[in-house]
Write a protein that binds this ligand. Sequence first.
Ligand code: SF4
Length: 726
Amino acid sequence: MTHQTTCCYCGVGCGIVVKQEQNGRLTIEGDKSHPSNRGMLCSKGMNLHYTVMDQSDRLLYPQMRLNRSMPLQRVGWDAALERTAAVFKTFIQKYGPDSVAFYVSGQCLTEEYYLVNKLIKGFIGSNNIDTNSRLCMSSAVVGYKLSLGEDSVPVCYDDIEEADVFLVQGANPAWCHPILWRRIEAHKAANPHVKIICVDPRKTDTARSSDLHLPIRPGTDIVLNNAIGRVLIENGDIDIDFITNHADGFAAYRDQVMQRTIEEAADLCGISSEGIRQAADWIGRSKGFLSLWTMGLNQSVIGVNKNLSLINLHLITGRIGKPGNGPFSLTGQPNAMGGRETGGLANILPAHRDVMNAAHRAEVEAFWKSPVKIAPKPGLTATEMFEALADDKLKAIWIINTNPLVSMPDVNAAELALKKARFVVVQDVSNRADTVGFADVVLPAAAWLEKDGTMTNAERRIAYLPKVIDAPGEALPDSEILWRFAQKMGFGKSFNYANCSEVYDEYTQLTAGTNVDVTGVSYELLKKYRTIQWPFSEKNAPKSPKGDLDAAKPDAEVPFRGFRGETGTKRLFTDHRFYTANGRAQIHAVPDENASEPTDEDFPLVLTTGRIRDQWHTMTKTGRVAKLNQHSPQPFLQIHPNDAKARGIQEGQLVEVRGRRGEVRVKAQLTEDVRAGLCFLPMHWGKMLKSNLNRANNLTNALVDPRSKEPDFKFSAVEVVPYRKP
Ligand code: SF4
C-alpha cells in the first residue's frame, strides 16, 4: 500500500510517499508529484518513519492522579475526561471562564485548532487559547497585518525560480528549511547572475553559500534595512508609480531613513558601508526580489518593527504582487499557517477575524450558535499564561503537543509556574515531553500517520494527511479527544462529529466571503488534487464534490490552474489592491533602536539561540532517531576565539554560561562563525540528557514585543566561564 501525505516537521510542507509493506514496515520517499518539494526530502523528513515505528516511549492510555505526590495511574477515557470536565467546570463557576486555558502547537492539524478554538472561545467564553507559534511567527503576523492589511503571505515557492535577488535575513534555510534552500541553490546554479544576500550575525551554511554576507550586530536589522532603503531612494531605485497609486506613508519613511548616514548605519551594524550599498544596488536592479526571514527578525522585542522595515523595501520598490517578488515569512512549524486560519491565537477568531471587532464576534457567535458571548478582549498569550499560572490568576492549563518546559523563554520561571498550577492536563504522543511529570491528567494522542486531517504550509498550500496506521494502545486522534471532552462539558449538540471531514466542512463554511475563503476546499478535492492554495472559494470548485476540478472555470480574481499541483491562488495582491481599509499598502517609518536586555560588566556577551540541522524543536521526535543524533550528539556553545581566550577557555572545554535567570553547562566550540561579543546555543535540549543544565532557555528572558507578544530569544546578556567542580 502506498499513501501520499505531508511531512509533519517544518512549514515547507514537503510531500511524502509512505509505503507500507506486508509485515507492517514503513518506508518513505519524497513525492515527485508534490509542487513544494518535487520529490526532495531533507534528513529529518527522510527519517520520519523511524519516529512512527519506534513505539518505546509512547503514551498508551489515559492516566491521572489526585495529587502530584502520587504516581500517575492508568484510567479509562471516560474517567480522565469526566474528571477534567468536572475540574474545568468548578474553576469556571468559581473564578470565571478566564481561569482555564489551552496551550497548543503548530503541529496540531487544522481541525484540531478549529475545535479547541470553538470550544474555549465559543462555548467556555474565554480567549485563553494560544500556541507555540506565538514563539516563532507572531511578529510576522502583525507585520503583514500592519503593512498589507492581513496576515497573508503574498508569494509562493514558485517565486524562487522567478527571482534574481534573495535577501535572507535572520534565517538559516540551509539547515532549517532545507528543501527551499535546495530550490534556491539549484536556481542559482542554473542562473549564475542570481544574487543571494544573507544577513546574520553568524556565519551559517546559508551565509557561506551567499554572494554577500552581512554579519550585523544582533538587534541592528532595522538600522540595516533603513539604510538600504535610503540608498534605494538616493539611487532613484524606487517605484514612484506604485508608491503614488498603491501605498501610504512614504514621506514619513523617507524622513526616517534619512536620519542616519550610510556610514553611521554601517558603524552601528558593525559592517562595511560598501556591503550596504552593494545589497541596495542588487535589490534596486533586480527583476525579482524575494526576501525570506524567520526567527532572527521575529523573535525579538522589536520583532514587528523588524518585519515592517523589511516589508518596506518591497513597498518602496513595488516588488510585490509580481512573479518572483515579495516578502516571504518562512513558518517554522508544519501547520502554523493553518492554526492562524482557524483563529488559533489569543487575539483572533476563525478566518483571520479579530476578537476586538464586535461584528466579527457576532458573525462567529451566530455561526456557532454560542451559548456565551465571545470575550471582547484578547486572551492570555503563551508567556502570559505561565505568568498567570505563577500568580494563581490562571488555575488550569491544558497543554497539547508542545513542550514548554524546553521551549519557553526564562524556562525556570515557566517550570515554577507549572509546579504551582492547580490543574495541568497534558495531551501528547510520547512521555518525552517534559511536561508529563507535572501533569494531573495525561491523555495519549495519535501521532502522524495515525490520524487524518489537513495542514497549510508556508505558501498557503492546504494538504490532506490520511490515516495510514492505527494508533497504539488507547491513543486517540486529538480531534476526537477534544470533541469527546466538549461532550463531557455539556456541549454535545455542537460537537457531535462523526469524523474530521465534518469538522473541516464546518470550518470552511465559516470562511465564506473572507480573504481566507476556502469554501471550495473539501477532503474529496484534496484527496483528488493533492493540494490547494488558499483562497479557493466555492465558485472556483466544481459544483459536486464528485465533479472534475479540471472542468472548473477560471476566475479572473483568483487565478485557477486546473491541473495537478497548481490548484488555487499562487500569489496575492497581483492587482496591487491590499487588504487594508483603503486598499493601499502601508509603509511604516520605524525607529531603529533595540530594546533588548542590556549587557553590562557582569554579563557582557550577547547570547543568541537557534536550531541545528538534524534536530527539530525539543527533540521529542528527532531525538528518537539515532541517525539524526549523530550530526550533533551533544549541546554546545559557539564562542569567538578572542572571547574564549580572554576567559581562558579551550576548545571542547566544559563551560558555564551564566545569565540573570539561570545557567547552562555545555562544551565550548571556538569558532569565528560567531562575531566577537556574541555566542550561540542550540535550543533543542531539555531533559534528554537527564539534566536541565542543557536548556538554552534557562538563560533567555521573558521580554516580548509589545504588539506581537513574541519573546526576545535572540538577545540575552550572559557571561561564560570555564566550569570548575565545586
Ligand atoms: Fe520535512 Fe521541512 Fe525537511 Fe521538507 S524541509 S522534509 S517539510 S523537515
